[in-house]
Ligand binder design. Structure first.
Ligand code: GLP
Length: 243
């Protein structure tokens, strides 16, 4: 595991974007696993900028997103489908047909999970998977539990996650209570993993996830067993790492 500590959010975003850019340059038809949340917004901004400057070409890139709220239609501005188009897809030359987010509107949860897992497999898996981390150590929407989920599935969100995400919705009742997420096994199959965290609020969980015991109670801790993980954290999020 490589840990890169950056000065601040901007520096984290630039370094993370540089790692993704290197992937796109070295394999133009790569499969990128993408993430949502406030953490990767700056990373996507840099990718858009480098596309506009002519450095990056997304025309052959395929993407699979980690997760999606269950029940939100694509045009809801809190859906992850909307987020990805708003922050990245609408601004680069990616073929929208090559972009994938679980379908939050499929009434058959089991069928949707199976469809999405099979789609990722048909792509040959992610060359690079980008991740953020929840305050409770969740990755995607894999919440703390007694076991690691292997494949894409529908989850009940924890109260703390609903609470953390309510800032994006008009009222707490509007926050979806379920989501689709790649499983821990789906994430671990990625050839490379890039995980980002910023801000002092993430300092405890970053130390726990990467230096604590590997346990499904801290889902991100499983990444300690992945052969190619890069952690990019700003100084505030790195504050509790052993020196
Ligand atoms: C959300 C997403 C995760 C994300 C995490 C952290 O619930 N499902 O993929 O990594 O929470 O979000 P943020 O980056 O806003 O702190």
């Amino acid at each position: 595991m490589r840990i890169i500590v950056t000065k601040d959010y901007e520096d984290m975003s630039k370094k993370a974007a540089a790692i993704i850019a290197a992937q796109v340059v070295s394999k133009p038809d790569c499969v990128l696993g993408l993430a949502t949340g406030s953490t990767p917004i700056g990373t996507y901004k840099n990718l858009v900028k480098w596309y506009e400057e002519g450095t990056l070409d997304f025309s052959a890139v395929k993407t699979v997103n980690l997760d999606e709220y269950r029940g939100l239609p694509r045009d809801n501005d809190q859906s992850y489908y909307y987020f990805m188009h708003d922050h990245l897809f609408n601004h680069v030359n990616i073929d929208v047909a090559n972009t994938n987010v679980p379908d939050g509107t499929n009434p058959d949860a089991e069928q949707e999970a199976e469809r999405y897992e099979a789609l990722i497999a048909s792509y040959g898996g992610q060359d690079l998977q980008l991740l953020g981390i929840g305050h409770n150590g969740h990755i995607g929407f894999n919440e703390p539990s007694d076991s690691f989920d292997k494949i894409t599935h529908c989850v009940d969100l924890q109260e703390s996650t609903i609470e953390a995400n309510k800032r994006f919705f008009a009222t707490i009742d509007d926050v979806p209570k379920q989501a689709y997420t790649m499983g821990i096994g789906t994430i671990m199959k990625a050839k490379k993993i890039l995980i980002l965290a910023n801000g002092e609020g993430k300092a405890d969980i970053v130390a726990k996830a990467f230096f604590g015991p590997v346990t499904p109670q801290v889902p991100a801790s499983i990444l300690q067993f992945h052969p190619d993980v890069t952690v990019v954290v700003d100084e505030a999020a790195a504050a509790k790492l052993p020196r």
